[in-house]
Design a protein around this ligand. Sequence first.
Ligand SMILES: [Zn+2]
Length: 119
Amino acid sequence: MKPQTLQSMCPGVEALPDSLCFLVQSSHDPKIGYRVDKSAYWGSGSCSCDHFRFRHEPWLKAGKTPGPKYRCKHIEAVDRYQAIEVSQLILQHRQQEANANRAENGKRPLRYDPELPAY
Ligand SMILES: [Zn+2]
């Protein structure tokens, strides 16, 4: 099985230097990118696309609770990206802890097999 990266699993999503901002490529025109800012609306996020700005954002500004109903597909793409990123960080952390424990007990580190459930 080909190794997968966050980028290969979430094509069109690019994390910007500020880790809560992302550039998401338009599915219709790859030359167009929308900026998703996950610091907006208590972490639910905002997007620069017209669909979010005119359909969803007015409800959020009026006090609606952020949720799936008030997200565009660009925010959904970033949510998926962040979910996988967090899972990968947890897996890396567990791997490091397991190998530190093995080293303490004089054992060689285990090779991580991403196709198997971790622990
Ligand atoms: Zn959008």
